[in-house]
Design a binder for this molecule. Structure first.
Ligand code: FAD
Length: 318
């Protein structure tokens, strides 16, 4: 059976959820072989094996931490050359997309970004993308070389599957460009304790209707009752009520959670572009004509200052 490379996103050996989703998709195409790089890479093997990785190629060289993406591209290129995989799957993070694009160029193949599904086709993997603010769905495949595909978080379920997870050291010789861009310092962002926006299974977002930074406490309380991440419309971000890192939409982040709750958000096309592929969409808006109601699964016509606290209380009592 063909092998499929999965680039592992991990923090000191703790595997992030989008990688486990990639393993689910990789198993549709062949046998997953994971590539884990940097400090703690070997510690990823247990988790990866429990999600179907037959092998875990690791390299813990200091270069991955000291420099930006090029050493990772060098390593993936070495993995492609040693495995000759049917495809390379990478999570659609900012770094993942840069690594994937550089890799595709290096190995002379094609790249598909931001896929929301990947399946086996007669002559190679077929990727589904949601484009033009989710107005269209496209299906495409790479016609030359080893397909490199980045997949949006939350596009596939995490499934346990037996895999040997056998650790093998990956031999990497770093290119001249590898040391071109050095990391000079790192500042850890203060953690809100909430899940990362693009990975969260549930997102609760607030818009202009929230009417002030202090009122985002209502949105946060609902999010915390559900174990959700907090999102915001651009109107709320531009007003300075919530950080830009939480903006959902065309010029913010794209999320695709199991549940998206929009409060006081009208549903402009640019906002939809970032959340339209959510599995279940709920909107709370006092205007029954608000465009957001065109795409919701459940809509509540009402004042969010009444509805959101009641909803939070209800969830907390369960
Ligand atoms: P509004 O459109 O003002 O809607 C507020 C809603 O709240 C209304 O529907 C109102 O009925 C409701 N409301 C008010 N009070 C209450 C209440 N008490 N209870 C319940 N409901 C209430 N927008 C994004 O979000 N993300 C982007 O990434 C983005 N990128 C953009 C890129 C470009 C190039 C452009 C031109 C625009 C972009 N926008 C983006 C802006 C977008 O067009 C909208 O202006 C924005 O999404 C509106 O935010 P909103 O829905 O919060 O505000």
């Amino acid at each position: 059976m063909a092998e499929v490379l999965v680039y592992v996103d991990h923090v000191d050996g703790a595997v992030r959820k989008p990688t486990l989703e990639l393993l689910t998709l990789a198993r549709r195409l062949g046998e997953p072989v994971a590539v884990a790089l940097g400090a703690g890479a070997a510690r990823t093997a247990g988790t990866l094996g429990e999600h179907g990785a037959v092998r875990v190629l690791t390299s813990e060289a200091a270069e991955y931490g000291d420099y930006l993406v090029v050493p990772k591209v060098d390593a993936l290129q070495a993995a492609v050359e040693s495995v000759s995989p049917a495809a390379v799957l990478v999570s659609s993070s900012a770094e993942g997309k840069e690594v994937a694009a550089r890799l595709a160029l290096r190995i002379g193949s094609g790249l598909i970004t931001d896929a929301v599904d990947v399946e086996a086709g007669a002559d190679g993997p077929v990727a589904t993308q949601s484009v033009f603010a989710a107005s269209f769905t496209t299906r495409s495949k790479v016609s030359r070389g080893v397909p490199v595909i980045t997949v949006k978080p939350n596009s596939a379920p995490v499934e346990a599957a037996a895999g040997a997870g056998a650790v093998e050291e990956l031999a990497v010789s770093f290119s001249e460009q590898a040391s071109g861009t050095k990391v000079t310092s790192r500042t850890a962002r203060e953690s809100s304790g909430r899940p990362e926006l693009t990975e969260a299974a549930i997102v609760v977002s607030g818009g202009r209707g929230v009417n002030g930074a202090e009122n985002f406490a209502l949105i946060e309380a609902l999010a915390d009752s559900l174990g959700a991440a907090v999102g915001a419309s651009r109107a709320a971000v531009d007003a300075g009520w919530y950080p830009h890192s939480n903006q959902v939409g065309q010029t913010g982040k794209t999320v695709s959670p199991q549940l998206y709750i929009a409060s006081g958000i009208s549903g402009a096309i640019q906002h939809r572009a970032g959340m339209q592929t959510s599995k279940t969409i709920v909107a709370i808006n006092k205007d029954e004509e608000a465009p957001i109601f065109e795409l919701v699964d459940y809509g509540v016509v009402g004042d969010l200052f009444n509805v959101v606290p009641q909803l939070t209380e209800e969830v907390n009592t369960r």
